[in-house]
Ligand binder design. Structure first.
Ligand code: UD1
Ligand code: CA
Length: 455
């Protein structure tokens, strides 16, 4: 075989497996890690290598997977006959592609671009191997396939756990599952793979023995087990989530955020924190959060789909929901919920408020217990509050309603009509004072009690 090394690269992501051990109606690769489907993590790592194409292999009825991986191309593996059969499903789509073909699994969400590069380099390395396999030495080799080497350290075959002898099971070097092939030799190798094994499946791992039999070399690149562990059950899903969180926390700190107790802060894969952001204990970042420089997030906050601008102070115990934008230097305090609302620069909602479907102007103060009534049971309406408005305690703003700049809303008011700029609005029962009434009442009660005792 002439070794005209091509730098072209295609990635095939196998995602058609049934994932039986998850015991789930959701396809395994759609189970989330850091709030993104597992397969999305794999695709992000693959994309970082700038491959010429990426093809995802899905099974019948997995339209959800196809939708989640779009715009990446998908091909159908009609029957789940094993990992070699799954790669074959991509054959028509690859046509006469003759670069390197990297095969990844949709259920190894921690895989990093560095690890993928290592494998591709091994394929392009000494001896022009037909196949390069990613090996790893996990602390518990469990049911992983084992890499069998000859005396010279050359890879002779991969044996699946179920098919392995006790001696082979004692091997610590395991198959991480990722493989890189020379695209010109790939299909002949796959065609020669049979299914005479414990599961009766076409194992991709047999590619090594087949390649060796055809006189080709096979290479191993060793990766960090933490990068390539797979998810087969929900127990492993939870374990990998923790590993991913540890990575995201570390990255946030290296990027200049202070985490008071990193182990208690939970990120989404897409969380963006600026410099000098301080995050207190027990803070959860759902999807779509951007936090600008200098923001302080105090303990026990939940944020999702929100932009928090420079130097704002959030929490403790704040809930920021999707579609919100918190202005620079704004304060959102304890037991305040903000949904689909904008808070202008320097605005404050410090205690026990609900701000939903509202636009709150710069410098406006939302008092304790103030509520926007944004929902009539069928439709939602917006509330517009101008700049430097004072919204008193327990005010109820019945949307749709507008409050002009500089207005003052008296505590306890129910506001159903527009309030002009600089006006005072009071919408509550008028206070009545009756002098001496309480003392007279107390005296009459006392007399009644005394009469009762006598009788
Ligand atoms: C596989 C390897 C094993 C390795 C382990 C690492 C084989 C035969 N075995 O075992 O050596 O140690 O991964 O995690 O390759 N898939 C399809 N179509 C199929 C079957 C599987 O697309 O017909 C996909 C699955 O969706 C999954 C991936 O291939 O993403 C791996 O399949 P899985 O059944 O999880 O393989 P393991 O038993 O974990
Ligand atoms: Ca697996």
């Amino acid at each position: 075989m002439t070794a005209q090394t091509s730098t072209a690269l295609a990635c095939i992501v196998l995602a058609a497996g049934k994932g039986t051990r998850m015991k789930s109606d959701l396809p395994k690769v759609l189970h989330p890690i850091a709030n993104e489907p597992m397969v999305a993590h794999v695709l992000r790592a693959a994309s970082a290598l700038n491959p010429d194409r990426i093809i995802v292999v899905v099974g019948p009825g997995q339209e959800g997977v196809a939708k989640a991986v779009a715009p990446h191309a998908t091909v159908l593996q009609p029957q789940q006959l094993g990992t070699a059969d799954a790669v074959k499903a991509a054959r028509g789509s690859l046509g006469d592609f003759d670069g390197d073909v990297l095969v990844l699994f949709g259920d190894t969400p921690l895989v990093r671009p560095e690890t993928l590069s290592l494998l591709v380099q091994a394929r392009r390395g000494a001896g022009d191997p037909a196949v390069a396999v990613l090996g790893m030495r996990p602390t518990d080799p469990a049911a992983y396939g084992r890499l069998v080497q000859d005396e010279a350290g050359g890879l002779t075959k991969i044996v699946e756990f179920l098919d392995a002898t006790p001696e082979e099971r004692a091997i610590g070097l395991c198959n991480a599952g990722l493989m890189a092939f020379d695209g010109r030799r790939l299909w002949a190798i796959l065609d020669a793979i049979g299914s005479a094994n414990a599961k009766g499946e076409y194992y991709l791992t047999d590619a090594v023995a087949v390649a060796r039999a055809e006189g080709h070399a096979c290479a191993v690149a060793e990766g960090d087990p933490a990068d390539v562990e797979g998810v087969n059950s929900r127990v492993e899903l939870a374990r990998l989530e923790k590993l991913m969180q540890a990575r995201l926390r570390r990255q946030a700190m290296l990027n200049g955020a202070t985490l008071a107790d990193p182990d208690t802060v939970w990120f989404s894969a897409d969380t963006v924190l600026g410099r000098d952001v301080t995050v207190g204990q027990n803070v959860v970042f759902g999807p779509g959060v951007v936090v600008e420089d200098g923001v302080t997030i105090r303990p026990f906050c939940h944020l999702e789909g929100v932009v928090v601008r420079r130097d704002a102070i959030i929490g403790p115990y704040s809930r920021l929901r999707p579609g919100s934008d918190i202005g620079a230097g704004a304060h959102v305090g304890n037991f305040v919920e903000v949904k689909a609302s904008t808070l202008g620069n320097g605005a404050k909602a410090n205690h026990l408020a609900y701000v939903g479907d509202a636009d709150i102007g710069e410098g406006t103060n939302i008092g304790a217990g103030a509520i926007t009534c944004n929902y009539d049971g069928t439709f939602k309406y917006r509330t517009q509050v101008g700049r430097n408005v004072f919204v008193g305690t327990n005010a109820t703003l019945v949307a749709p309603v507008q409050v002009g700049d500089g207005a003052f809303i008296a505590g306890g008011s129910t506001i159903t009509q527009p309030v002009p700029a600089d006006a005072l609005a009071i919408g509550r029962g008028r206070q009545v004072v009756k002098e001496g009434w309480a003392a007279a009442f107390a005296a009459s009660q006392k007399a009644r009690k005394a009469a009762q005792k006598k009788g």
